[in-house]
Design a protein around this ligand. Structure first.
Ligand code: COA
Length: 186
């Protein structure tokens, strides 16, 4: 059986709260990245506070939440993180995903798309999910394109949900069904 956590460019690894805390505190300094990830005003957190936040997630070890670091296969450096949360385990078997590649120079190089493809595989094969959903902001065409490449389709939008630069922007919801994923990848 192949290693489901390994792609051609990246692998998914366990999170180290201290390492990710340091990276997240760097992330907090890049206001563009924060705007792509969060609807609220950009906030800055210390490495210590961010580490504590992740330490708690690891400690809680909820069976519904799966957090991974994304690491480059060539030099093992930390590129970002990805998480999948099962939101309706016994009924419809749905999950929500979120992803962030931290540094601008690592965007547009296929790392995020491959990490998402691995998490879809994890979700549909290991977690036996029926559908996977995400939300993305209208002003993030790179992410929308990346998700389309993975097989997600736009399913709906909350119009004018975000105000940035004196303009209202939509929040888009995108989803992929198990059958669609199977058709693409198996
Ligand atoms: C979004 C993200 C996960 C995508 O991963 P990635 O590895 O950078 O994506 P890829 O390089 O595989 O693909 C990006 C695609 O967007 C396209 N793209 C980039 N900028 C674009 C733009 N302004 N308009 C339209 N398409 C654009 C690229 O051409 C590429 O498509 P192609 O392969 O058909 O040419 C990653 O860039 C990231 O984490 N960004 C910062 C945080 C973020 O936005 N998180 C998502 C929040 S919902």
């Amino acid at each position: 059986m192949k290693d489901i956590f390994k792609g051609n460019l990246i692998r998914l690894s366990a999170m180290d709260s201290e390492e990710i805390g340091k990276a997240m505190s760097w992330q907090g300094r890049d206001s563009e990245l924060m705007r792509l990830m969060d609807t609220g005003p950009t906030r800055l957190h210390s490495a210590k506070a961010a580490s504590k936040f992740f330490e708690k997630i690891i400690e809680d070890d909820s069976p519904a939440s799966h957090f991974f670091s994304i690491r480059a296969l060539d030099d093992n450096r930390l590129l970002g993180d990805i998480n999948i949360d099962v939101i309706n385990n016994w009924g419809s078997r749905d999950a929500f995903v979120g992803i962030g590649i931290y540094k601008r120079e690592d965007w547009g190089r296929g790392y995020g798309t491959e990490a998402m493809q691995l998490i879809l595989q994890f979700g549909f094969i290991e977690l036996n999910l029926r559908r996977i959903t995400l939300s993305v902001f209208e002003y993030n065409p790179r992410a929308i394109r990346s998700y389309e490449k993975c097989g997600f389709q736009v399913e709906g939008r909350i119009r004018g949900r975000i105000i940035k630069d004196n303009k209202r922007w939509d929040v888009l919801f995108m989803g992929i069904l198990r059958e669609e994923w199977k058709e693409m990848y198996q």
